[in-house]
Design a protein around this ligand. Structure first.
Ligand code: GLY
Length: 325
């Protein structure tokens, strides 16, 4: 009799533990902008949807196996950095001087440790360098040649300039220069990539990677590597990654502001994200955000015609491009 009671108690404890596991979530973006049906060929649309799905699959595998949200967002962003359709890693936009200078950031919501890099030129996966800054340096943010040197010292995979440079991005720079367009006028000018995740332990993390703006000059740095602007994670509230006109996202402190509204105003993730994106719009900026909370709310908000985006959970994966999807 006693044995039955013991087995019963053990079974109940095991069931309780199983219930304690959080349902994992993953949300990604690949940039927001004037992304409309007549601007993409069927082939391009198919390739982009496949690339987003591959990124979701990669992060999902880690989260479904009980892996860490930090590992999931890094692995997911690496897939997008390796794909030339997106403005990050290979396929990063060109600066005014025809170079590729990349920014990236990663943040762990549990410890609120963060790492970021700006204006780097030679690391194949900038997001992994951001993680190395977080884990293997006493700093949060490194830039330029110093960050490139740290990358070499850490033994991260390096790539030559021609790896990052693609003909389509060069064409966009030339179009911008010949039409005397401003940085904010170049079509599909964004394309920053990002991921936010909630793992089964209830931890959240965020990662963002970008080439910045086509034709950027004077060592311009956008919001992506600025902790609190383009990237933020806090297990008391949410994890956020942003894409869009970085200057406005820095001025609004978008990613931290969304988390602060959730934490202090008890706002839902969608409500907070919409309110903060409305602030960005009111200042004249455009773009979008992805958000996940420790309670499992996984959402996005954007004020552009489209945003490359996707969501995954134990229920499955979805990708979307246009605003009406
Ligand atoms: N949101 C990317 C940038 O402005 O650089």
């Amino acid at each position: 009799m006693r044995l039955y009671l013991l087995i019963g108690a053990l079974m109940m404890t095991t069931a309780a533990h199983a219930q304690e596991k959080t349902d994992w979530k993953l949300v990604i973006h690949g940039g927001a902008g004037v992304i409309e049906r007549d601007r993409l060929t069927a082939e391009q649309e198919k390739e982009i949807r496949a690339a987003l799905d591959l990124a979701l699959q990669t992060g999902s595998k880690i989260l479904a196996a009980g892996g860490d949200s930090l590992d999931a967002v890094e692995a997911t962003v690496k897939v997008l950095e390796n794909d030339p359709h997106f403005n990050a890693g290979r396929g990063a936009v060109f600066t005014y001087d025809s170079t590729n200078e990349m920014d990236a950031a990663i943040m762990d919501g549990e410890s609120r440790k963060a790492g970021s890099v700006a204006g780097i030129t030679a690391t194949k996966n900038p997001i992994s360098l951001a993680r190395a800054v977080m884990e293997d340096s006493p700093h949060v943010m490194l830039s330029g040649e110093g960050a490139d040197q740290f990358s070499r010292e850490q033994g991260l995979e390096q790539a030559p300039p021609e790896y990052f440079a693609t003909p389509e991005r060069r064409r966009q720079l030339e179009e911008m220069k010949s039409n005397k367009l401003s940085w904010f006028d170049v079509d599909l000018k964004y394309g920053t990539v990002g991921a936010v995740a909630l793992d089964q332990a209830g931890h959240v993390a965020a990662a963002t990677s970008t080439g910045g703006l086509t034709g950027k000059r004077w060592d311009r740095i956008g919001d992506s590597p600025i902790i609190g602007a383009g990237t933020y994670a806090d297990v008391r509230a949410c994890a956020v990654s942003a894409t869009g006109a970085g200057e406005y996202f820095i001025r609004v402190g978008v990613a931290h502001e969304i988390c602060a509204r959730i934490r202090m105003k008890d706002a839902g993730a969608k409500e907070a994200a919409d309110a903060v994106m409305a602030e960005v719009k009111a200042l004249g900026g455009d773009g979008g955000v992805i958000v996940v909370t420790p309670e499992g709310e996984a959402t996005w908000s954007f004020n552009t015609p489209g945003m490359y985006r996707g969501k995954a959970s134990a229920e499955g994966r979805t990708v979307a491009i246009f605003g009406d999807e």
